[in-house]
Design a binder for this molecule. Structure first.
Ligand code: FMN
Length: 425
């Protein structure tokens, strides 16, 4: 009998096989947070995903070794999906000159390097495809002394302030570039950009695609009647304002494998309902959500805000989670069970994460979604997405499992360092 350390199958180098992947519950009947979830052909070993986070560190749109280490750190420590930051589908759709992009073929290889690494660790990679619209061509946030205040990236700084596109020629704010109202041809170019970037993502080996429809970037600015004042078929009615998003979804779904999950992130409210007579609000999102399953979208990632300087955010720790719950409940009330909901925002504690995806008593479990009767509390979401807590604690999944008393698989190389029993971390 020969004993040898088994290597991960299909990895481009030796690395020990991680089976089951880190972050998998190893005892029976774990809480929902550590129960697997299958979306199309992809199985996630737990319900914790790393939300997309811009790092303003790409090299002419190309991801680098920084991104490999940064994203790899969360993935091999057990996040069941790690989503690459907003990645622009055209050069002028970058927020900053150092944003990630997928508008040309040379940008595939560095993304593939990351996908290969994650797969070698038996983990999954997602990517968020984006266009920044009127919020493009700014410098990295650390260049600004005042938090939340942008600085325009001039041509000398690698920016394109004269070629910033928007739904309408309305500036986001004082420190942003003057956008040009997009022509129909510009809209077509962006839709094709999403399609071609999706093709490149598939070539790179990503497992999941998310379309960025949030935070006041291009799609989000089309959804809102405040930033979209167009009078053509892309403005005015709800159906017209969502048209660009629908076209992007259709273009992307048509070129990715049928087994690949497709996610959409939206700002569920632009927090202007108290300020403006008409705005994009939770009701609009619920209306949109009902249309998404038929378009081939599997999960709605519920964020908020970012489209207006004057937004009035009702900020409390559950501010966005309760909106996700409201949307999920509205869908379930109409018997719509084929759109999963992702909750994001200020999730930092194990118990909170557990509670968000846990259904109450009297709950009947269907394949991937819990359906409650009138007495039972329903889960607020199917997935939790976490951003800043991963920056603070790349091992957050393992800590959450420890704090909840759920035994989970660790990366093999780290098995000699379990959290001490009874320790409070
Ligand atoms: C550094 C940083 C970069 C971010 N970049 C993106 C991004 O590329 N795309 C996106 O949709 N949201 C982005 N976000 C928002 C996060 O994905 C997340 O929705 C938000 O931070 C709230 O979650 P949290 O409280 O867990 O951080 C970013 C947030 C941070 C802190």
């Amino acid at each position: 009998m020969v004993y040898r350390s088994e290597g991960a199958p299909d990895a481009p180098y030796f690395t020990p096989v991680q089976s089951p992947p880190a972050g998998t519950a190893t005892a029976e009947h774990p809480p929902t947070l550590f129960s697997p979830l299958k979306i199309r052909d992809v199985t996630f070993q737990n319900r914790i995903w790393v939300a997309p986070m811009c790092t303003y560190s790409a090299d002419k749109g190309h991801l680098t070794d920084f991104h490999l280490v940064h994203l790899g750190a969360y993935a091999y420590r057990g996040a069941s999906l790690t989503i690459v930051e907003a990645t622009s589908v055209t050069p002028n759709g970058r927020i900053s000159p150092e944003d990630s992009g997928l508008w040309e073929d040379s940008q595939i290889a560095p993304l593939k390097r990351i996908a290969d690494f994650l797969h070698s660790q038996n983990q999954k990679l997602g990517i968020q495809l984006a266009h920044a619209g009127r919020k493009a061509s700014t410098l990295a946030p650390w260049m600004s002394k005042e938090r939340g205040k942008a600085i325009i990236a001039t041509e000398e700084a690698g920016g394109w302030p004269g070629n910033v596109w928007g739904a309408s020629p309305i500036k986001w704010g004082e420190n942003w570039a003057e956008p040009k109202e997009m022509t129909i041809a510009d809209i077509k170019e962006v839709v094709n950009g999403f399609r071609d970037s999706a093709i490149r993502s598939v070539k790179a080996g990503v497992d999941v695609i998310e379309i960025h429809g949030a935070h006041g970037y291009l799609v989000s600015s089309f959804l809102s009647p405040i930033s979209n004042r167009r009078t053509d078929k892309y403005g005015g009615s709800f159906e017209n304002r969502i048209r660009i998003l629908v076209e992007i979804i259709e273009a992307v779904r048509a070129v990715i494998p049928s087994g690949m999950p497709l996610l959409v992130r939206v700002s569920a409210t632009e927090w202007m309902d108290k300020t403006a007579p008409e705005s994009w609000d939770v009701e609009s999102t619920i209306k949109l959500a009902k249309l998404l399953p038929a378009l081939g979208v599997d999960l709605l990632d519920v964020s908020s805000g970012g489209n207006n300087e004057k937004q009035a955010v009702a900020m409390f720790s559950e501010y966005q989670i309760s909106i996700a719950g409201q949307i999920r409940a509205a869908l379930l009330a109409e018997g719509i069970t084929n759109l999963l909901i992702g909750a994001v925002g200020m999730i930092t504690e194990a118990e909170a994460a557990k509670e968000i995806v846990e259904a109450g008593k009297n709950v009947e479990k269907a394949d991937t979604i819990e359906i409650s009767d009138e007495q039972g509390a329903i889960a607020k979401a199917d997935i939790v997405l976490v951003a800043r807590q991963f920056l603070r604690e790349p091992e957050w999944v393992l800590r959450v499992a420890h704090n909840l008393g759920v035994p989970v698989a660790w990366p093999k190389q780290y098995q000699r360092a379990p959290f001490p029993k009874g320790s409070k971390i």
